[in-house]
Write a protein that binds this ligand. Structure first.
Ligand code: ATR
Length: 278
C-alpha cells in the first residue's frame, strides 16, 4: 500500500493495557477488503491525563480512534458532539477528529453485540427474557441497543446491587430494567443470558444460579478467546445450554461499524471472524 496515503489516513485503538488488542489486525483486514489505504496502531495511553493524550494524537494528524478499557467514559466526556447511541450509553468507543477541530464520539459496542447475536448467531431478543450479568462500563455501553430490540423483559444482575439499580435509573427514559443480586434471581428462567462482567479476566464466572438456564437458553459472553471457549462459555456448555458463544463476533462487528462510521463502507465480517478463529 502507498505509504503517503497511509500517513494521511491514520487510525488507532487506545487503551491500557492494549498490547493484546486484535483491532489493528481486524481494521487492516477490513481495509484490504475495501481497498482503502490506512494505518491502524494500538497505542497504550497513561491512565492519567487522557484528554491531553487525545489532543496530542489529534495534533499528530490521526483521523479517528477506537477507545477501550478504561477510557470509554472519559472519551464520552471529552467529545464536543455525540451520536444518539453514544449519548444514551454514556460511553464512547469511536472518535472522529473533524475538519473544524471538534471531536465527535460514537458507540458501536451495542450494535456490535446485537448484530453478532441476531445476524450471525440467529438469537432472538424481541419478546424474549434477557438476563445481563454485570453493571459496569461494558454493560452500560450495550443496554440501549438491547432495549431497542424490545425484549419482553431485561434484568440486570450484579454482585453490587446498587450499581445495577443506578444503571436502571440512568436508562429509565428508554426502557424498563429489572435489577437483582445473583442470589435473588431464584428459579426464574431466561431465554438469553449475557455475561458482561469482567470476572473472566481472572478465569472466574459470576455466581449466577444454574436455575436461570432453561432447555432453550442461549448464553453469550462479551469476553472472547480466539478458540471460542471462555470460563462462562464452558460453564454454560457444562450445564447444557442450547448454544453458548464468546464475544469474538461482537468485537469484529463493533469494529465493522466503526469502519463504516469512518469510511462509509460496509465490510464482510464473516470472513474476518473465520480468519481470527483459524
Ligand atoms: P467493565 O468496564 O469491564 O465493565 P467495570 O466497570 O469495572 O469494568 O465493571 C466490572 C463488572 O464486572 C461489575 O459489574 C463487577 O461487579 P461489581 O459491580 O459488583 O464489582 C463485575 N465483576 C467483576 N468481577 C466479578 C466476579 N468475580 N464475580 C461477579 N462479578 C464480577
Amino acid at each position: 500500500m502507498n505509504e503517503n496515503a497511509d500517513n494521511n489516513n491514520r487510525y488507532a485503538v487506545v487503551g491500557n493495557p492494549i498490547s493484546h488488542s486484535l483491532s489493528p489486525r481486524i481494521h487492516q483486514t477490513f481495509a484490504k477488503q475495501a481497498g482503502v489505504s490506512l494505518s491502524y496502531k494500538a497505542i497504550e495511553l497513561p491512565e492519567d491525563n487522557f484528554e491531553i493524550s487525545i489532543q496530542d494524537l489529534q495534533q499528530q494528524g490521526y483521523r479517528g480512534l477506537n477507545v477501550t478499557v478504561p477510557f470509554k467514559q472519559q472519551a464520552w466526556h471529552l467529545c464536543d458532539r455525540r451520536s444518539p447511541r453514544a449519548e444514551d450509553s454514556g460511553a464512547v468507543n469511536t472518535i472522529m477528529f473533524l475538519q473544524d477541530g471538534n471531536i465527535a464520539g460514537d458507540n458501536t459496542d451495542g450494535v456490535g453485540l446485537t448484530r453478532d447475536l441476531v445476524k450471525n448467531n440467529h438469537a432472538l431478543i424481541k419478546r424474549r427474557r434477557v438476563l445481563v450479568l454485570g453493571a459496569g462500563g461494558a454493560v452500560r455501553g450495550v443496554i440501549p441497543s438491547l432495549l431497542a430490540l424490545s425484549p419482553d423483559n431485561l434484568t440486570i444482575a450484579n454482585r453490587t446491587l446498587e450499581k445495577a439499580v443506578q444503571l436502571a435509573k440512568d436508562f429509565i427514559a428508554i426502557g424498563d430494567i429489572n435489577t437483582s443480586t445473583y442470589e435473588d434471581l431464584g428459579r426464574e428462567k431466561f431465554d438469553l443470558i449475557i455475561n458482561g462482567t469482567s470476572a473472566g479476566l481472572n478465569h472466574e464466572i459470576p455466581p449466577v444460579p444454574k436455575e436461570v438456564l432453561g432447555i432453550n437458553s442461549i448464553c453469550y459472553d462479551m469476553m472472547y478467546s480466539t478458540d471460542g471457549s471462555t470460563a462462562f462459555v464452558e460453564w454454560a456448555q457444562n450445564l447444557g445450554a442450547s448454544r453458548a458463544f464468546d464475544g469474538l463476533g461482537m468485537l469484529v462487528e463493533q469494529a465493522a461499524e466503526s469502519f463504516f462510521v469512518w469510511h462509509s463502507i460496509r465490510v464482510d465480517t464473516a470472513e474476518v471472524i473465520a480468519e481470527l478463529r483459524s
